[in-house]
Design a binder for this molecule. Structure first.
Ligand code: PLP
Length: 415
């Protein structure tokens, strides 16, 4: 449908998207044609939601727990979240400072809309989750990309960050463990960043959605450093940890007084998260955690498997990430040696000729100035069998020089 058809408001030109969903559309179209695609695209656990949580939701529906709740979320759920924040981060939040949202994603939008507008600058991770950039643009603020560097195991450089801060910087978005790289910001860097934020009076949106998916060491939140709880909004949720992506449930843990504004955004948009889903959320946090522990253990095994198989492919090198369920292999050598223009073309070849779906780096933001390497993102939230099969297919596709040549020739002829 033509964009001009509706005489859209000019602000819509600033609304970005998550292009990963477009690739998902291509995968579905190929599958509809009868092709079998092994997909590493989607950032969603392949496990079912644990049975105790499902049961609670069904009971809640049957008992009439189907009405609006207050826009801030049910008090018993906010109390559970407070206890969870204490247990997982050692942080004390009163129920007044917690806002329940339908998915953590809304916390990104609400926080950025509340804090940044015309003339303000927001520093955000690049490569990074694409919704940060979209929300910053939509809010009318200026996005300042902060490179997450392979040579630092996909963490930013403090010196670079310091150089990006100006007197217009309102907010710094951090995400650790990170999507798409799996990078984890070490405690020392968080401590220094905290010191800078306090000194310069800058707020932080700390996206901690993958905090339970950390395979080495203890998770540290930036809000635990002196002066930071007062200036940090923590985003967390149930999608990744409890395999509850489709339930849409997340939360913001806010500095005193800020919950009012996140709540007000709820009131203006979604009213509240679904009532019975909130009830199931209490069970998720307070119920047995054995299923979660085994999911995390399985993700770790898959990480080791996929990293090993990637490093076995000529022209590909891959760090072992500390958290989340993504790997971000460097494919520069493969791209160059095999004659692809870039990782985007490699993604296309792998999908259409290799039947494997992966995402190229620019699905996670434009390249940083001076960035000359090529990357793919693979989600390993899929079975070990799929990982073995898919990686064998990638390896075979990259070794098939004839197939590559005819793909590139056909593409050249089309252009
Ligand atoms: N933040 C990051 C970094 C993510 O990768 C995602 C989902 O992929 C979200 C936030 C949002 O998760 P949800 O809205 O499902 O809670």
């Amino acid at each position: 449908m033509a964009k001009e058809q509706f005489r859209l408001a000019s602000r819509m030109a600033k609304l970005g998207t998550e292009t990963a969903f477009e690739v998902l559309g291509e995968v579905k179209a190929l599958e509809a044609e009868g092709k079998h695609i092994v997909s590493f695209c989607i950032g969603e656990p392949d496990f079912d939601t644990p049975a105790n949580i499902r049961k609670k939701a069904v009971e809640a529906i049957d008992s009439g727990d189907t009405h609006y709740t207050g826009p801030q979320g049910k008090i018993p759920l906010r109390d559970s979240i407070s206890r969870h924040m204490k247990k997982t981060r050692g942080l004390d939040y009163s129920r007044d400072d917690i806002v329940v949202t339908p998915g953590g994603k809304l916390v990104i939008f609400s926080t950025i809309m509340a804090l940044a507008g015309e003339g303000d600058e927001v520093i955000y991770p690049n490569p990074g989750y694409p919704i940060y950039e979209s929300a910053i643009d939509f809010a009318g603020a200026k996005g300042i990309p902060l490179p997450y560097l392979e040579e630092r195991r996909f963490v930013f450089e403090l010196e670079t960050l310091k150089g990006l801060i100006t007197d217009r910087t309102r907010l710094i978005v951090i995400n650790s463990p990170q999507n798409p790289t799996g990078g984890y910001v070490p405690r020392e860097d968080l401590e220094e960043l905290a010191r800078i934020c306090v000194e310069k009076d800058i707020m932080v949106l700390s996206d901690e959605i993958y905090s339970r998916l950390l395979y080495e060491g203890e998770f540290t939140s930036i809000a635990t450093f002196p002066g930071m709880k007062e200036r940090t909004i923590i985003l967390d949720g149930f999608s990744k940890t409890y395999a509850m992506c489709g339930w849409r449930l997340g939360w913001a843990a806010c500095p005193p007084g800020f919950a009012y504004w996140v709540t007000r955004m709820n009131t203006n948009t979604v009213s509240c998260a679904p009532s019975f889903v909130q009830t199931a959320g209490i069970e998720a946090l307070d119920g047995p955690q054995d299923d979660i522990d085994s999911m995390v253990a399985e993700f770790k095994t898959r990480r080791d498997l996929i990293v090993g198989l990637l490093n076995d492919i000529e022209g590909v090198s891959c760090h072992s990430p500390k958290g989340a369920f993504y790997v971000f292999p460097n494919v520069t050598k493969a791209v160059k040696d095999l004659g692809f223009a870039d990782a985007k073309e490699l993604q296309e070849y792998l999908l259409y000729q290799g039947n494997v779906a992966v995402l190229h780096r620019e699905n996670f933001g434009r390249k940083n100035t001076g960035e000359d390497q090529e990357y793919l993102r693979l989600s390993y939230a899929t079975s070990q069998d799929n990982i073995r099969k898919g990686l064998a297919m990638i390896k075979a596709a990259l070794e098939d020089k004839e197939k590559i040549a005819s793909f590139l020739k056909a593409k050249g002829a089309k252009e």
